[in-house]
Design a binder for this molecule. Structure first.
Ligand SMILES: Nc1nc2c(c(=O)[nH]1)N[C@H]1C(S)=C(S)[C@@H](COP(=O)(O)O)O[C@H]1N2
Ligand SMILES: [Mo]
Length: 235
């Protein structure tokens, strides 16, 4: 499976080229989202690495990294972890931890904004772009959103315009060490340009959707979109 997956991914076949073009359409939409091109972002402090204020409105900076989840730390480690990418795709994928490490790795520094008003800045991550996996699986023409599932039963929805951004990663390392299990290790998703609830800890499944659907917190009144620079917390 891992071998096939890699050969498929690097291939220059017309099918892969078509997948890359379909991803590019969502990337073009990404350039229009409030999080990257907001003319008047709501926030405070000097301009950060993205030309945004340092901290979104209504947030305060913390030094320690709080733990926030449903109170369940699922029993999953590097050897038992699997990620399924399925739904509106050409080729459903199942990845092991080794498969994830065999894909192109990205290191990035980004900020983490929790809707409960804390922000932790300058987090150093290592992992794989979500767009890399979506290219390998191949999005259906009418695919529009993801439902991300965690091993604890958590779900959260993310639009493709957000999910294909370069800093949206499946991370396995934080500050040069394996991601701690209380923070979603062995592998979680991060969405630095959205409130952090959009990044599933202990990610188990990325379900590609045609149309949007609310996840766990979205069903309980949290925003479908979650733009911190619009203080878009609840709907
Ligand atoms: N699987 C799963 N992912 C989750 C959550 C959860 O309860 N389960 N909580 C979300 C919320 S509300 C936040 S703020 C961040 C918290 O991540 P942390 O505990 O590593 O700080 O994870 C998000 N991802
Ligand atoms: Mo949160």
């Amino acid at each position: 499976m891992g071998g096939l997956f890699r050969v498929d991914f690097v291939s220059d076949s017309p099918q892969i080229q078509a997948r890359i073009r379909r991803i590019a359409r969502h990337k073009a939409r990404a350039a229009q989202t409030p999080s990257v091109t907001d003319g008047e972002p709501l926030g405070n402090g000097p301009t950060n690495r993205h030309g945004m204020p340092t901290v979104p409105q209504g947030q305060r900076v913390v030094r320690k990294w709080p733990v926030l989840d449903l109170g369940i730390t699922p029993d999953v480690d590097q050897s038992s972890w699997r990620l399924h990418v399925d739904g509106a795709v050409d080729v459903p994928l199942t990845l092991t931890f080794a498969d994830l490490l065999a894909l192109p790795q990205v290191e990035d520094i980004s900020d983490f904004h929790c809707v409960t008003t804390w922000s932790k800045l300058d987090m150093r991550w290592r992992g794989v772009r979500v767009s890399t996996l979506l290219t390998a699986a191949g999005l259906a023409d009418d695919a529009s959103h993801l439902m991300c599932h965690g091993y604890d039963g958590y779900t959260t929805n993310v639009s493709l315009a957000e999910a294909v951004k370069d800093d949206v990663l499946l991370v396995h390392s934080w500050e040069g060490a394996p991601l701690p299990s209380e923070h979603g290790g062995p592998v979680r998703m991060i969405t630095p340009q959205l409130y952090a609830w959009k990044g599933s800890k202990w990610i188990s499944r990325i379900e590609v959707l045609v149309g949007d659907r609310p996840g766990f917190w979205e069903q309980r009144g949290y925003s479908m979109t979650a733009y911190p620079w619009r203080e878009d917390r609840y709907s």
